[in-house]
Ligand binder design. Structure first.
Ligand code: M6R
Length: 608
């Protein structure tokens, strides 16, 4: 989704803005631009396409000036084009605006403004903000912004600069994320930390309905109505290197390799030597757990797939029924939520709009809200009653990998903690589960020791038009994740199917050499899966099976076998997914795809 960066200080603003935008590229975008106050005039450069186009233009003709705003746009209103790119400005080019999110009532405002004679040049919702500011501005930019925000509806963040107020930048947050970076004799605004991390690790995380007046040597924070507020400074605990490729060709492969560490970092602070669990920000008591009669797990995409494992683990250990739903569906359904409901929101970014709105819906109906998220201080974390942070570190590739495996590990620990508190697990079962969990990082590392085999498999399937993934139980859940990974990074059509469901329709698509990735990593369902493998093999499929080490029998039925270390059925999917991520990565690489920034996708989906 769109990215914002802003600078005010004594340095040349343009390179700071473009470098910041480069760090936001991972969010997904289709055009980029900057506005800089240069010798008493606002100069705007903006282009459709990659940031390199903007960089090239600035290289040809530099822009001077020490105050500016920049933006990467992910088109919502109007096609990707130079004119629809941000920043936008009023007719006199005295006020420039960058905007993330959506202004829902922009049509109505646009008509009012057009009736007053304002001329619109773009198809964007953002342009109404520029003309409204023009209408309200009488020398006081803060007051003009306050009046404008009073008229706008929607979820958005704004960065505003004005030729006639050259000492300040204004930042507004209404749901869409925004931070203010605190420097020395210079300050920043940004939609995400990586954009300004090179310059400062100290930030204010803005809340909904807040505004910041950012000057070179001061930052004033206030509610939109002008009431001053104070905030703690959040110190970022990771550095620039964590958000760099570190010698790998892509962030995706780097992040796949970071999984053993990410899982260890997520688990070890919570597991003591005596096998007890301590969860920092989860305050659920036995009484709370006895009160719940159901759990909803709500998320989107990969986080939803992690939620599916959450259901298996919570139902097994805590013995409470769990419903897992896609956030965008949940919001418009008629869910049965009351004070007896626990809702667990799963989101790497903590900013996915549908998940966030689902949280608010649950809250309004009295549910207790738990968040599993990777981003400290994100919207979802802040509105939840209980939080479990996955310590995966920054995930930059659009395709989620280490966030997923740490979400899975988090569900294991949440389910076991709840089960102990509720008294729904035997000591013996608990010991087995904890000991397995402790070995998970090492077993993940073992898979990554030898990946050449997966590269060979990628060679076998990368020219296919369709790839099927089959599995049962949690193998099916991870089949869905494997299929999503392949389609999003390699653009090969792929579908995941329950093994037993194939013959009810999808089997018609299996013909000679159709690649079928068959997950058979659970002892409990192994025989059933073997029958499904034989079914597709009999139709000529090229079967790549995934099984636990030591299973030689499966080699008789499959063309190829990927082995994972021996593990309990419950935790097998946290390992099975790793070869599937690698397969997607190497197939995409052979097809020459833009792996870290797949077409049409964004890292953090902050619009509906
Ligand atoms: O930040 P979130 O976990 O809320 O994001 C949810 C999905 O957009 C995300 O998992 C998406 O499906 C991944 N990019 C897939 O790899």
């Amino acid at each position: 989704m769109c990215g914002i960066v802003g600078y005010i200080g004594s340095k040349c603003a343009a390179p700071i803005l473009t470098e910041g935008l480069e760090k936001l590229e991972y969010r997904g975008y289709d055009s980029a631009g900057v506005a800089v106050l240069n010798s008493g005039a606002i100069e705007i450069r903006k282009f459709k396409g990659r940031l390199a186009v903007l960089d090239e233009d600035i290289k040809k003709k530099s822009i001077e000036g020490n105050i500016g705003i920049g933006h990467t746009r992910w088109a919502t209103h109007g096609e990707p084009s130079d004119v629809n790119s941000h920043p936008h400005a009023n007719e006199k080019s005295s006020i420039a605006v960058v905007h993330n999110g959506i202004i829902e009532n922009y049509m109505e405002i646009k008509e009012e403004l057009q009736a007053k004679g304002y001329k619109f040049v773009s198809e964007t919702d953002t342009e109404v903000v520029c003309h409204l500011l023009d209408e309200y501005y009488d020398g006081n930019l803060v007051e003009a912004v306050q009046k404008v925000v009073g008229k706008l509806e929607g979820a958005y963040a704004l960065g505003v600069m004005c030729r006639d107020n050259p000492e300040e930048l204004i930042a507004v947050r209404m749901t869409s994320p925004l931070i203010v970076g605190i420097g020395e004799e210079e300050n920043f605004i940004a939609s995400d930390i990586p954009a300004i991390l090179k310059h400062t690790k100290n930030v204010y995380i803005m809340d909904d309905g807040e505004m910041a007046i950012v000057k070179k040597d001061s930052i004033s924070l206030m509610k939109i109505d002008g009431t001053p507020i104070t905030k703690d400074v959040y110190e970022v605990n990771w550095d620039v290197e964590a958000a760099e490729k570190g010698g790998y060709d892509h962030f995706m492969i780097k992040e796949i390799h970071e999984q053993p560490k990410a899982i260890r970092d997520t688990l070890s602070p919570r597991l003591s030597n005596d096998n007890t669990i301590k969860l920092d920000d989860i305050k659920l008591t036995k009484e709370d757990l006895d009160n719940f009669n159901k759990v909803y797990i709500i998320a989107c995409g990969t986080a939803y797939h992690a939620g599916l494992l959450g259901k298996t683990l919570i139902e097994k250990y805590v013995k409470i029924p769990v419903i897992v739903d896609i956030a965008s569906e949940f919001r418009y359904s008629n869910p049965f939520i009351d004070e007896k409901t626990l809702m667990i929101m799963v989101s790497q970014s903590g900013e996915t709009l549908d998940t966030f709105e689902a949280l608010r819906l649950g809250k309004s109906k009295g549910a207790r809200i738990m968040a599993v998220t990777n981003v400290v201080g994100s919207s979802i974390a802040r509105e939840a009653d209980d939080v479990l942070y996955t310590w995966a570190g920054p995930e930059i590739a659009v395709a989620s990998t280490k966030a997923y495996t740490t979400q899975m590990a988090s569900f294991a620990i949440i389910a076991l903690d709840m089960a102990v508190k509720k008294g729904s697990i035997s000591d013996e079962e608990y010991e087995v589960a904890i000991n397995e969990l402790k070995q998970l990082p090492d077993k993940a590392a073992e898979i990554l020791e030898d990946i050449d085999f997966v590269k060979d498999l990628a060679e076998e399937i990368y020219e296919s038009e369709h790839v099927f993934y089959i599995g049962r139980g949690i193998d099916f859940d991870v089949a869905r994740e494997g299929s999503l990974k392949l389609k999003e990074v390699s653009y090969i059509h792929s579908e995941a199917m329950q093994g037993g469901e194939l013959k009810h329709g999808t089997l018609a698509l299996v013909e000679k050499n159709t690649p079928v990735i068959a997950l058979a990593a659970q002892d409990r369902l192994y025989d059933k899966m073997l029958s499904n493998i034989k079914e597709v093999k009999a139709r000529g499929a090229h079967v790549i099976a995934l099984a636990k080490k030591g299973n030689k029998e499966i080699e008789k039925s499959a063309d190829r076998v990927i082995y994972i270390p021996d593990v309990t059925d419950e935790l097998s999917s946290a390992l099975s997914v790793i070869p599937l991520q690698l397969l997607a990565y190497y197939v995409a690489s052979l097809r020459g795809c833009d792996i870290d920034k797949p077409r049409n996708l964004a890292k953090s989906v902050t619009v509906e």
